[in-house]
Design a binder for this molecule. Structure first.
Ligand SMILES: Cc1cc2nc3c(=O)[nH]c(=O)nc-3n(C[C@H](O)[C@H](O)[C@H](O)COP(=O)(O)OP(=O)(O)OC[C@H]3O[C@@H](n4cnc5c(N)ncnc54)[C@H](O)[C@@H]3O)c2cc1C
Length: 460
């Protein structure tokens, strides 16, 4: 039966690994819960509830638990984006990024509450003012100066991450500030063992706490630094061709060794770092725009900002460091033989590579663009459609013009693809277009679980 059979090599490989991946994810979740439980137990054992007899003691105890949980969540924050392969494969980088953002807010709230309640609690105990107490913390308690700098760095990250600030800041500036949060976590750590009531009183407890930090940092180092470097050396990736395929759009082919070992499939994306002038210090996500064939990987990039503009002329021969592949926007998600693909502008890239791999599906390809010139990779899609007996529908027109605003209406979608409700739908394009299309697909009777989408922004 055609519905479950996918491109050779895709499903069998995933199927055989999925047991291991699920086991790792379950063990990871268990470790998180157990260590969280140990932390609460330590707090309770050291009088978290039993030694609270008045409001001051309540503040001190509350300050302790919020500090502990905040520090623990900060370690989880690091692990969520440590690129642990089983987490990436089971949950997906996009979803992990969303969790990372939400968890990050929680960490900051907890750290702020910890600082405020501890300062008030200690000030009330010493019958002194808040400012004097704060100065005393800095002067007397070990590690407090570094902890204050660490907290300030964490707050700086939050400010830069606020949506408004992020829109005003260039992405790279935001990312640079964001990286300082690692320093913030280490600096905050420096006050926990010498000044934390739960640790300086017990070697076992402090050893356990140190172990949590060591394991987290080791995983970060292995998966964010050492393995990407090993992949860089082993794959020996370099740019082998650059081709202009539209106004401000280029396809870049990257070749190297052992590419099949990546296990990449159409629709996935990688984080690409091009080792040439002006490009080497940043990595950006781009989807594979052709199905990987073991010999080459291809991406197609639209110039929307400084980095992507420079990339249009990346020299052939440039070495490339690529992390990944990531993403679950792949042909193997399909459950039906009928597939509708809806591409919006440069969102065509992952759809083009998925389409290439869906040799046994009945595909209707809808290509939405503002202008004919934006229909990049159109010839390739038409060629693939010809080979597979698929249909391609171009819907061209500026959505701001009322005549073209409803090109993706449910009525239009049903007209183009009468059995759309019984098809899997793959969708990628600008975020507003996708929201609009998803609403209309639902109105056209497509169940939510049959709609697969990819956004070109982690926060979408
Ligand atoms: C999963 C995914 C797949 C993508 N696939 C493609 C593709 O196949 N072809 C294509 O042309 N574009 C793709 N993009 C979009 C591409 O990554 C951005 O257009 C590019 O990073 C913009 O960089 P810039 O400096 O030129 O522009 P800027 O003006 O600096 O950025 C424009 C926007 O791109 C995002 N962005 C910028 N830098 C990064 C970064 N390092 N990491 C994550 N997001 C960033 C931010 O939301 C920013 O607001 C994809 C994005 C994602 C998340």
């Amino acid at each position: 039966m055609a519905t479950q059979t996918q491109t050779a090599g895709v499903l069998p490989q995933r199927g055989s690994r999925s047991g291991l991946i699920n086991t790792f994810v379950a063990l990871f979740a268990l470790a998180v819960v157990i260590n969280g439980g140990v932390m609460v137990w330590v707090w309770l054992k050291d009088g978290g509830v039993t030694q609270v007899h008045n409001f001051t003691e309540f503040l001190l105890s509350f300050g302790r638990i919020t500090g502990l949980v905040g520090a623990y969540m900060a370690l989880l924050q690091v692990l969520l984006l440590a690129r642990l392969p089983p987490l990436e494969r089971r949950i997906g980088l996009e979803r992990l990024t969303v969790w990372h953002r939400r968890n990050g807010k929680l960490v900051i709230y907890l750290v702020v509450i910890h600082v405020v309640t501890s300062t008030i609690g200690y000030a009330q105990t010493a019958h002194t003012g808040l400012w004097l107490q704060f100065k005393e913390f800095l002067n007397i308690y070990p590690g407090m100066v570094t902890a204050t700098v660490g907290t300030a760095l964490m707050l700086l990250t939050v400010v830069s991450s606020l949506v408004i600030a992020r829109r005003r800041l260039p992405y790279e500036a935001w990312y640079g500030v964001h990286l300082t949060v690692y320093a913030g976590i280490v600096l905050a750590y420096l006050h926990q063992i010498p000044s934390g009531t739960d640790f300086f009183t017990s070697t076992v407890q402090s050893d356990w706490w140190i172990a949590l930090y060591v394991v987290t940092l080791a995983l970060l180092l292995i998966y964010r630094v050492l393995l990407p470097l090993r992949q860089f050396v082993r794959l020996d990736l370099h740019v082998s061709a650059v081709e202009r395929v539209g106004p401000d759009v280029s396809s870049i082919t990257i070749t190297g060794k052992h590419l099949e070992s990546l296990g990449a499939v159409g629709g996935q994306f990688m984080l690409w770092r091009f080792m040439s002038k002006g490009l080497w210090w940043q990595s950006h996500p781009f989807s594979l725009s052709a199905a990987p064939n073991g010999r080459a990987l291809r991406i197609t990039v639209k110039a929307v900002g400084g980095y992507t503009r420079l990339l249009q002329d990346v020299p052939v021969g440039t070495r490339v460091l690529a992390e990944g592949p990531f993403g679950r926007f792949i042909g193997a998600r399909r459950q039906r033989r009928r597939v509708t693909m809806i591409a919006g502008g440069i969102g065509v890239t992952p759809l083009r590579s998925i389409f290439e791999e869906l040799s046994d599906a009945a595909v209707t390809f809808i290509y939405r663009a503002v202008d004919d010139a934006d229909l990049v990779l159109h010839d390739e899609i038409t060629q693939l459609a010809k080979e597979r007996g698929a249909q391609v529908h171009d819907l061209v027109g500026d959505h701001r013009d009322p005549r073209f605003a409803e090109l993706l209406s449910s009525k239009n979608l049903i007209e183009i693809c009468p059995d759309i409700a019984s098809s899997d739908v793959y969708l990628c394009g600008p975020v507003p277009m996708m929201h609009h299309a998803i609403e209309n697909l639902k109105a056209a009777g497509v169940p939510k679980h049959q709609i697969h989408w990819e956004a070109f922004a982690f926060a979408a």
